[in-house]
Design a binder for this molecule. Structure first.
Ligand SMILES: NC(=O)c1ccc[n+]([C@@H]2O[C@H](COP(=O)([O-])OP(=O)(O)OC[C@H]3O[C@@H](n4cnc5c(N)ncnc54)[C@H](O)[C@@H]3O)[C@@H](O)[C@H]2O)c1
Length: 372
């Protein structure tokens, strides 16, 4: 198969769909890999890294789209890219179609087959191609929160780990899923006094079993949440109710109960945020002040560490990418129901029910389609 990887064109997107290592593996499986020039530069991979791996560098995205059998990307194809997709071509990338009728229409019109990273599943009911970005955002949260706490940034001027004779920062993490667990680990590793709040007792049992006394857990009742938020130097928002907007767990009134200069890092901002006072910010202008509490609410946190994010995403996509290339999309999806769960569009038909429901469009069963 000829696998093509264009340079990402969405503003502020520095990740790339294929690492040189992914290219090397695909080539070892007998495939041809073409990469748009400078596609990897934002992640620290120059063209030579790809040519050393055996890939071919192509001058324009148009040539990549025109000749590749499969296009591998990171972000959903932008309007100009969608015009270059063609019937029978395979697209493997994040799509997020439910809130995006224009993209859905264009993908259906193109006749391509589109597999969305975000709906591929695993045997534990998880989302293996979303998890790496939650891991990155979670581990980054205490790092940006620590920076926010610095005096020059409007923060309280508290060091995460304290020093001998001075107490460490208190950190409350609301939500103990992928983001929250990684955030708690890193905050504890920095020496902070960390408590994770969650509503799932089974999740807290798991955290307690695995992490022991590294951090504490607390049931996320309104009372416990209010108490820990009041005591905290930093509060990290990491809740998710799948398919729904994040619940607002801290109100504006509660800010007045917090320590002046405390930091809020609302990782759940991509689902609307779990603080009433949160609004999305950018890497260029990441923090703002509400009532003396500093808010960090960047909606695409992994972009700050594009190289780590690209490699983490590449590790997770690699087995699926190889299966698609080796077997073709249909056989690969027949053999793996978790990859089949990623199928969103095929030959003008929508195959993902939740997208159909969200956009009021008819869908066909992906399972029936591949087994026809
Ligand atoms: N800003 C970014 O760049 C970025 C990057 C990655 C993920 N995210 C977002 O981070 C959020 C968390 O993602 P995740 O992968 O950790 O999800 P997850 O499903 O692994 O974890 C969510 C956790 O929240 C808990 N929860 C739900 N309702 C709660 C409540 N009312 N109180 C306390 N806990 C509650 C759940 O029990 C679960 O343990 C999502 O909104 C995700 O989209 C943002």
């Amino acid at each position: 198969m000829k696998i093509g990887c264009p340079k990402e064109i969405k503003p502020q997107e520095f990740r790339v769909g294929m690492t040189p290592n992914a290219a090397r593996e695909a080539i070892a499986h007998g495939h041809e890999v073409i990469i748009e020039t400078n596609a990897g530069s934002g992640s620290g991979f120059d063209d030579t890294a790809y040519t050393d791996a055996g890939a071919q560098i192509i001058a324009t995205a148009a040539e990549v789209f025109a000749t590749a059998d499969m296009i591998v990307k990171v972000k959903e194809p932008q309007a100009g890219e969608r015009k270059m997709l063609r019937e029978g071509q395979l697209l493997f990338t994040y799509l997020h179609l439910a809130p995006d009728p224009d993209q859905t229409h264009d993908l259906l019109a193109s006749g391509c087959t589109a597999i969305a990273y975000e709906t591929v599943t695993d045997r534990n009911g998880g989302l293996p191609l979303l998890a790496p970005m939650s891991e990155v955002a979670g581990r980054l949260a205490p790092q940006v929160g620590a920076w926010t706490l610095q005096k020059a940034n409007g923060g309280r001027g508290v060091l995460m780990g304290g020093v001998p004779g001075v107490s460490p920062a208190k950190v409350a993490v609301i939500g103990g899923g992928v983001v929250g667990t990684h955030a708690a680990r890193v905050a504890a590793g920095m020496g902070a006094d960390v408590t994770v709040l969650d509503r799932s007792l089974s999740r807290m049992r798991y955290l307690d079993d695995v992490f022991g006394s590294v951090f504490k857990t607390s049931y996320a009742s309104a009372g416990n949440t209010a108490e820990l938020v009041t005591e905290a130097d930093m509060v990290i928002g990491a809740v998710l109710i799948p398919g729904a907007a994040a619940p607002k767990l801290v109100t504006r009134d509660q800010l007045s109960t917090m320590k002046p200069g405390a930091a809020i890092v609302d990782v759940a901002i991509d689902q609307g945020g779990c603080f009433e006072t949160s609004h999305a910010t950018t890497h260029q202008d990441p923090i703002y002040d509400v009532d003396g509490i500093m808010h960090y609410c960047v909606a695409n946190m992994p972009g700050a560490v594009a190289r780590t994010s690209t490699i983490a995403l590449g590790n997770a996509t690699m087995p699926f990418l190889l299966a698609l290339a080796d077997k073709g999309w249909k056989k690969a999806c027949q053999d793996d129901p978790h990859l089949l769960a990623g199928l969103n569009v095929h030959a003008g038909q929508l195959t993902y029910e939740a997208v159909g429901v969200a956009l009021g469009l008819d869908t066909v069963s992906a399972e029936a389609l591949v087994n026809a």
